[in-house]
Design a protein around this ligand. Structure first.
Ligand code: HEM
Length: 325
């Protein structure tokens, strides 16, 4: 993870500016795809992250399957992605040591084929599609929101930088990699990540279906209805978070665990809670560690937030990254 971040930051430094969301999306995508099925973006004739970018960008569109329309292009990209994923799964199934060779997530999934009625070859293809889609737009959006909030709150940015510089200062070998203990010691970083996810949750809410009639504040919701829990609204509950519009990572020092569990759900909740939550938080911490200890950054332009229904930016958010002198 550190190496992926290192390579990305190196390639950004010196450029006039980069669109954070776009660049991080493709970095996280390539890294995740490598962990899941050994995807090597440099060796691949098709840049899968580009295909995902255009596929995900036109999911909510008029279903007019005519050349030249957004939907038509979306379907073309979807087909290309599915062909590639089907090919990957087929190759693994044909490998001499099927499911044993690489030790990655795809190997585990291949071994599970047939253990349950649902787990078929096609299911594994869709599992890959789902995980890659989930990784493309999620952490990158949260990091982009963090850049916006940090650029508007220089004191928070300074405290965050100080935490990471202190980690490097106490290292015996200054060039050594980040350790697990160092990661666990990033208290203020965790507060910044939580506060970013609270202020700018990427999804407006989570969907559930009622299994039985339930009553909420005098209203009856019949069994079988779809319910959307608007978690984004809970994040702005003034009884749980004082001055909820204010970006204040330090509030997390004091917050009660019951208040958090009832009002803070950026990754959903219950048995369907996000499978990539810890992975995303680790990625964000590693990203900020490398950025803040080895580089300097400044916002160049953009940062106007929109919701459609995912959180996004009108004209992106562009930053300039330079090596720390
Ligand atoms: C900041 C980053 C992320 C956020 C805010 C986020 C948010 C969410 C949310 C709100 C849900 C719905 C949960 C529910 O219905 O209760 C979800 C589900 C899911 N997410 Fe994430 N996600 C993030 C990153 C990721 C990543 C990187 C992956 C995979 C590599 C991932 C994989 C999944 C999967 C597989 C589910 C479906 C879980 C299930 O239905 O059992 N997510 N995510």
């Amino acid at each position: 993870m550190e190496m992926a971040v290192h390579n990305a930051l190196k390639s950004w430094s010196g450029k006039e500016s980069i669109d954070v969301k776009k660049e991080i999306s493709s970095m996280v995508f390539d890294f995740t795809a490598k962990q899941i099925f050994g995807y090597d973006t440099d060796a691949s004739p098709v840049k899968l992250s580009d295909k995902f970018s255009s596929f995900l960008g036109c999911l909510v569109t008029l279903p007019l399957n005519v050349p030249g329309t957004k939907y038509y292009n979306c379907m073309k990209d979807h087909k290309c992605i599915m062909n590639k994923l089907r090919q990957v799964v087929k190759e693994r199934l044909a490998a001499p040591k099927m499911g044993e060779e690489y030790g990655d997530l795809l190997d585990s999934a291949i071994k599970d084929i047939g253990t349950e009625k649902l787990v078929t070859e096609e299911f594994v293809v869709y599992l890959l599609l789902g995980l890659l889609a989930a990784s493309y737009d999620s952490s990158s959006l949260t990091v982009a929101v963090a850049f916006k909030l940090l650029s508007e709150n220089p004191a928070v940015s300074e405290e965050l930088t100080a935490e990471h510089e202190a980690i490097v200062d106490t290292r015996i070998d200054k060039d050594s990699s980040l350790t697990w203990d160092e990661y666990k010691s990033m208290t203020f970083t965790r507060h910044v990540i939580n506060e970013t996810l609270r202020i700018g949750p990427i999804v407006p809410g989570v969907l559930r279906r009622t299994l039985q009639d339930i009553e909420v504040k005098g209203y009856k919701i019949p069994a079988g209805w779809s319910v959307m829990v608007v978690t984004a609204a809970q994040h702005y509950n003034p009884e749980a978070f004082a001055e909820p519009e204010k970006f204040n990572p330090s509030r997390w020092k004091e917050l009660d665990s019951t208040v958090i569990s009832k009002n803070f759900k950026p990754f959903g909740g219950g048995t369907r809670q996000c499978a990539g939550a810890e992975y995303s938080k680790a990625f964000m911490a590693v990203f900020f560690h490398k950025l803040l200890t080895e580089y300097r950054w400044e916002k160049v332009r953009g940062g106007d937030v929109i919701r459609n229904p995912l959180l996004g930016f009108k004209d992106g958010i562009h930053i300039k990254v330079s090596v720390n002198p």
